[in-house]
Design a protein around this ligand. Structure first.
Ligand SMILES: NC(=O)c1ccc[n+]([C@@H]2O[C@H](COP(=O)([O-])OP(=O)(O)OC[C@H]3O[C@@H](n4cnc5c(N)ncnc54)[C@H](OP(=O)(O)O)[C@@H]3O)[C@@H](O)[C@H]2O)c1
Length: 329
């Protein structure tokens, strides 16, 4: 089968389209013919071997554990291991493989059945591939960690990518009608079209210095210091971050409990629970309440270009890689 393989850390130039052995499912796994995949920040970090934690996970000098990146996939089950109960060949599924070996940038991948959900018939493979990681971070960040409430004032930082474009739709469903999105100028029109009430171009304005206060901040970038974020929170406000640099994450971990001791403001980190809320997303999708924002699609052979595009931050919503056989369905 064809796959995008990498043998050393580096820029997207180290990604190669290669012929590799088709994987064989273990007893508790299914073999999925991949129709579409999407790119996540995690793929980007593993490609480069930064931050260093990615090398602890995947090999210090070169990639050892995961040589094929790609965690969000959608496809059709081709074979099942003998202990698989939930699925059968022909089922259309999708999910995030970050806890079972990545490998999605390929024609086939094996996955444990418990990381997959059935794809609704009305959802395309491209749409399904866009959902798993970004939508889970948005749902868990806003609902489970942020405990979003109707009538709140919400700001999403890094709002034009995967998480932000799901989060604004989810926030509206929770009765939050005042949503501000912060991102670069090229994404602001798309963000307005997705339902953001206010948009801020971070290259022109620092939202932590404009005097406005928010009840809930969902941050996908950690582009400001914890103290800046605290300034932008209302007195009982909650700051939730999905991720950012290690230094900023450590700062939030250390200062969070201290800040909560001296004020009613809270700092919370999202620890992704992969695939936990896919059934909920299916429901929202099937009732027309949520729609992924797709960028691309790129062919599998164009994966290096797609990764470069993602890494440069030019994408809107989710960058999709579509396999050739997706056209046959
Ligand atoms: N907590 C967990 O367990 C977990 C698991 C997986 C991933 N994550 C994290 O979750 C986040 C995923 O976010 P995502 O998928 O939405 O990423 P994304 O698609 O890359 O979107 C991030 C957006 O932020 C914008 N941006 C860049 N610099 C900015 C700045 N200084 N201020 C405001 N916006 C800025 C980018 O656009 P421009 O570059 O054009 O500005 C981009 O549109 C990442 O931080 C990732 O590391 C967390």
């Amino acid at each position: 089968m064809k796959a995008i393989v990498y043998q050393k850390y580096g820029s997207p130039d180290v990604l190669e389209l290669k012929e590799v052995e088709k994987p064989v499912p273990k007893d508790d796994e299914v073999l999925v013919k991949v129709h579409a995949a999407s790119i996540n920040d995690w793929d980007w970090g593993l490609l480069q071997g930064t931050p260093f934690i990615n090398r602890v996970e995947n090999g210090f000098r070169k990639p050892r554990k995961y040589k094929i990146l790609g965690c969000d996939i959608a496809g059709r089950i081709e074979a099942v291991g003998k202990n698989v109960k939930q699925f059968q060949p022909g089922d259309e599924v999708y999910g995030d493989l970050c806890m079972c070996g990545f490998g999605g940038f390929a024609e086939y991948v094996c996955a444990r059945e418990n990381v997959l959900a059935l794809k609704p018939a009305s959802m395309t493979f491209d749409e399904a591939a866009a959902i798993p990681q970004a939508a889970m971070l948005a749902v868990q960040g806003l609902r489970d960690i942020g405990q979003i409430q109707s009538g709140q004032k919400l700001l999403i930082n890094g709002a034009g990518g995967g998480v932000g474009t799901f989060a604004v739709q989810l926030a509206k469903l929770e009765g939050v009608d005042d949503v501000t999105g912060v991102d670069s100028s090229g994404k602001l029109d798309m963000m307005r079209a997705m339902g953001f009430n206010h948009v801020i171009d971070y290259t022109k304005e620092d939202f932590t210095k404009n005097g406005l206060r928010y009840d809930l901040i969902l941050d996908n970038k950690m582009s400001r210091s914890v103290f800046d974020y605290m300034r932008a929170l209302s007195p009982n406000g909650v700051y939730v971050t999905t991720g950012g640099s290690m230094v900023r994450l450590l700062q939030a971990l250390i200062l969070g409990p201290l800040i909560s001791m001296f004020s009613k403001k809270k700092i919370r980190l999202v620890i992704l629970k992969p695939n936990k809320d896919l059934a909920y997303m299916n429901q929202l999708f099937e009732t027309g309440k949520v729609k992924p924002v797709l960028d691309g699609p790129f062919k599998l052979s164009e994966a290096p270009e797609a990764m470069r595009y993602f890494g440069e931050g030019n994408h809107k919503g989710k960058v999709i890689i579509t396999l050739e056989h997706n056209k046959e369905t």
